[in-house]
Design a protein around this ligand. Structure first.
Ligand SMILES: [Zn+2]
Length: 111
């Protein structure tokens, strides 16, 4: 039925979705069963991106609720995360400002 030789099938794993023979690391491994999850990572990603785009509002809401639940359940960790977020934000702002200063510096005529 398939158009691949035994040899090809042995060296690669067939993904029905993209119809490719792929190496083992192109597939995710089910941690519970140790079996490879099909279709391949690329196909799965494509599917998830499409699915997320279609249901982005649902995903956002789900994520928001999960975050809320997590923060309620782990107030200490939430506080720590807030602190980290603030720091990261400050760092990003600083990096951005430095970048801006660099461009400004080129424009300013030295005196
Ligand atoms: Zn595939």
């Amino acid at each position: 039925m398939h158009k691949f030789s035994e040899e090809a099938l042995e060296s690669g794993i067939y993904c029905k979705k993209c119809k490719n023979l792929l190496p083992e690391d192109a597939f995710k491994v089910n941690k519970k069963t140790g079996k490879l999850i099909k279709p391949c990572k690329t196909c799965r990603n494509k599917y998830f991106i499409k699915y997320r785009k279609k249901n982005w509002a649902k995903f956002r809401e789900k994520h928001r609720l999960a975050m809320q639940r997590y923060r309620k359940a782990h107030p200490e960790k939430a506080k720590e995360q807030n602190r980290k977020d603030r720091e990261r934000y400050k760092e990003r702002r600083l990096a951005h400002m430095i970048e801006e200063l660099k461009t400004v510096k080129d424009e300013i005529v030295p005196f």
